[in-house]
Structure formats: C-alpha cells, structure tokens
Design a protein around this ligand. Structure first.
Ligand code: ADP
Length: 320
C-alpha cells in the first residue's frame, strides 16, 4: 500500500508542470496518501530537500508557468551509488513511490529507481513534444501559442517591407513546434529535423517566391540546432530580392501561464499517475494517445518509434 508519494520536476521546465504538481498532490491527499515535494529534480533526492505538501501548498499555482518545485540536471544520477543514496534518503523520509515530471532522460532515472524498489511514474513535461509514449507533452500547446503570437507580430512588420523573416523555434531534434507554428501562421517554408536542410534549395525557393511569384514577404520557420539563422538571413539578403531578418525566439517559449489545454492535460495525467501508484504499478509513463489518457512501461515507450508526421507535412505543402 502506498502511504507517501514524492513528486519532482526534472530536465527543462515547461508551462503546466505546476498543474501536474497540483493534480498529483490533490489526488493523493484525497486518497489519504501523504505528498512530499522534492526540490530541484533528482538533486533534491540526493540532498534531501523535501517539503511536505498540503492541499493549500498547491493553491494558486495552476496558472503559473515554470515549476514551483524547481528543476535541475544531475548528470551523476546515472551512477549506481548516487541512485542508492537517493533511495536511502527516500526510505528515511518514508517516501515509497515517486512521480517524475520531465523528459526521456528523467524517465530513465525513474526507471532506475523503480528497479531499486521505489515505484516511479513518469509524466511527459517539455515544450518540445519529443517524449515517446504520448501524442502531446505538457507545455507544448502553451509554447506553440507563444510561437504563434510572436510570429504573427513578425509577419505584420515583414509584410510592410520586402522582408523574409527567418524564425528559429525550439524543438530539441523534434520538428513539431516548427511544423505546427508554420501551419498555424501560414509560413512559406518549414525547416526541421524531419525535412532536412539544403541551403541552396532554400535560397532558390526564396528567389522564386520574390522574383517569379512577386511575394512581398516570406516567412521561414526553422527548428533550433539546424543552422546559424543570422548567417542564413545574410545570405538571403545577398542572393534574393528579400531582405533577410533572423529572429531566435529562445527561452521566451518556455515561459508564460499554461493554456487551458496544458492545464487539462497535466491535471488528467497527474490523476492517472496517482491511480497507477495506488494499483502498485511502477516504471510506467503516462501519455495521451488519440485523446485518451494511457500508460505503458517506460522501457516500451523509449523503444517506440515516434508516430509519423507525414500527413501534417503534406498538409503544410498543400497549403503553401
Ligand atoms: P529530460 O528529462 O528533459 O530529457 P535530461 O536528459 O537533462 O532532461 O535528464 C534530466 C535528468 O535525468 C538528468 O540530469 C539526470 O539526473 C537524469 N537522467 C538522465 N539520463 C539518465 C539515465 N540514463 N539514467 C539515470 N538518470 C538519468
């Protein structure tokens, strides 16, 4: 029987993590289970920075971005000895199960602890939408909203001049933020890990748009870590009739109050995590697949290929 659950947020923060903390806390308390908030991810397990959470501890956090528990990276957590020290700290505190909100790195940590006898459940928290075992992650929708708001504004000013706005969005090897932003904003081009990148092709297409189609402006959405967007903008200015301007949206995409869809997702997933732990299940991660809250073993999720985005890329091509 589970008597005390710990909860931590790990890896990159994402809007909606607080909604998950609140949902886990309140669902557990309703079932007579105590809740311990662990500060700064796995680092808090090692350093024993625990805080007892009551119903009121998670009041007024649902609408707040970031994570009230803090997040951190602890590379040493991969080491067996460090994991054992964390398990000892949890046992001393009486924590017999743990909810981990984070990405696939955090999931691996959760799996390691489960194998050492502390049942853990992973919830997908990241703006990148790059976590296996779910169609959507907590935070993606809010980040998309931020991207769309920013890009709409850039489009207004670009169309007043003959500009090509090149906007770099986050994604961490996953093109979803770029693809969804590009479709939502009616971009002329999307460049992502899935599309691949050929600079000459990009310049040729922009030349065609400016010289043959006589477009007054062009919008290119590109995922991070693909190319230096400032250098690309300069080449656009030199090789096409557009004046190229690069914008890197950066960490602004991580912030802000979570949109209702992320609050709903986090609330549903948080409830599910506690239900699983009460059933004695550990080493699973929660997801939303075809709009149903699901769970599967973390090992299975990590091996699953990502569902294909081909149809959405085709949609983008048809709408350009
Ligand atoms: P994310 O969870 O967003 O993928 P990271 O990859 O940085 O972010 O992982 C977050 C934390 O999870 C790391 O700092 C580390 O403490 C832990 N972690 C990552 N990979 C592993 C692993 N293979 N085994 C155990 N713990 C891990």
């Amino acid at each position: 029987m589970v008597r005390k659950i710990g909860i931590l947020t790990s890896g990159g923060d994402a809007p909606g993590m607080n909604a998950a903390i609140r949902a886990v806390t309140r669902t557990a308390l309703r079932n007579g289970i105590e809740v311990i908030g662990v500060h700064d991810g796995y680092r808090g397990l090692l350093e024993g920075t625990f805080e007892k959470l009551e119903r009121g501890s998670v009041s007024n956090i649902l609408d707040r971005g970031g994570t009230v528990l803090g997040s951190a990276r602890l590379p040493e957590f991969k080491e067996d000895e460090i994991q054992n020290a964390c398990v000892r700290n949890m046992s001393r505190e009486g924590i017999d199960a743990l909810v981990v909100v984070g990405g696939d790195g955090s999931y691996r940590g959760a799996l390691a602890l489960t194998k050492k006898g502390i049942n853990c459940i992973g919830l997908p928290g990241t703006i990148d939408n790059d976590i296996p075992g779910t169609d959507f992650t907590i935070g993606f929708e809010t980040a998309l909203n931020t991207c769309v708001e920013c890009v709409d504004k850039l489009r207004d000013t670009s169309s007043s001049h003959q500009r090509c706005a090149i906007v770099e969005v986050m994604g961490n090897h996953c093109g979803d933020l770029a693809l969804y932003t590009a479709i939502s904003c009616g971009a002329e081009m999307v460049i992502s890990p899935e599309t691949g990148y050929d600079e000459l092709e990009v310049l040729e297409r922009l030349r065609y748009l400016s010289e043959a189609v006589h477009k007054r402006h062009a919008l290119v959405i590109i995922s991070e870590k693909i190319t230096d967007v400032s250098a690309l903008a300069k080449k656009v200015s030199l090789n096409t009739s557009f004046s190229g301007r690069a914008t890197v949206l950066g960490h602004i995409q991580r912030g802000g109050s979570p949109v209702p869809r992320d609050r709903m997702l986090a609330s549903r997933m948080g409830e599910k995590a506690v239900d699983l732990l009460m059933e004695g299940i550990g080493g699973h991660c929660v997801g939303i697949i075809d709009n149903k809250i699901t769970s599967m073993p973390i090992e299975e999720a990590l091996e699953r290929p990502r569902s294909s985005r081909k149809r959405l890329y085709r949609l983008f091509d048809r709408l350009v």
